[in-house]
Design a protein around this ligand. Sequence first.
Ligand code: LMR
Length: 334
Amino acid sequence: MRNLILAAASVAALVLGGPAEAQSPIVIKFSHVVAADTPKGKAAEKFKELAEKYTNGKVKVEVYPNSTLYKDKEELEALQLGAVQMLAPSNSKFGPIGIKEFEVFDLPYILPDLKTLRKVTDGPLGARLLTLLDKKGMTGLAYWDNGFKEMSANKKLIAPADYKGLKFRIQSSKVLEAQFRTLGAIPQVMAFSDVYQALQTGVVDGQENTWSNMYTQKMHEVQKYATITNHGYIGYVVVVNKKFWDGLPGDIREECTKAMKEATEFGNSQSAKENEEALEEIKKSGKTEIITLTPEQNEAMRQALMPVYKEVANRVGQPLIDEFMKETGRSAMH
Ligand code: LMR
């Protein structure tokens, strides 16, 4: 795979020929793993529309959804090598390239709502986290929302004990691994594009995701139950190859920055609605029974997952966790 990525990178370099060649447009390949009809898919399309408009066609954005170009782990390697220019991986996917700090977003119940999230991402902490990407050859441009995660399986998931012994697909985050181990479940890291088949064939019993991801990947067709837990959050860091970005003519970079800002506002204002609509579609399909927890059952899940904070403190960093919780005003809760 690495050879393939390298080959693609050198072709990209040839085709691009550097921003100085004004005749042919500067191409930004934007690769992602979800369907076009999702919060991330739509924000990527919005960025394309605005970047092309603001630069009068001097920039051409090619969006490749649904892992058509690269899967989770490969896409980050491809970006570092310059085979693609832009991605929006979830916070949970930066660990394997050596940035563990974004896993703080994976802590169970760390965010009560999206408004609180914004305090972190739009504030000094969010800005500081983005600078960590520089040393990996990337520039962090924005935070995009998906939304809150729910649990699904072929078994009813109500009490913490229901998770015991079940195999769950997870993203490549050690915090998510700790989360499922704390429940006595068996976590298995897997690329997003492989989840449907793994659920269908029983390689794993369940998974956690947002309604929009579940619906657009048809996971609800191969999961009998889904529980409204809102126990965690999926959001994205939009990253661009640093060398490419720094090499853009100043005016083009400025227009692209403006397009990104507006695409971010657009995407983040739509994401909650898109997840609600996906939930309605799942309900309508009649294929998955949706389980609502009582406040007591919810609290039992929350309590069961609190040990995760201690367990991952060394990895993610206790000062970072403390700072995050201070920003969200949640320090008293844990
Ligand atoms: C997942 O792998 O479950 C998600 O991160 C996919 C995505 O990009 O929303």
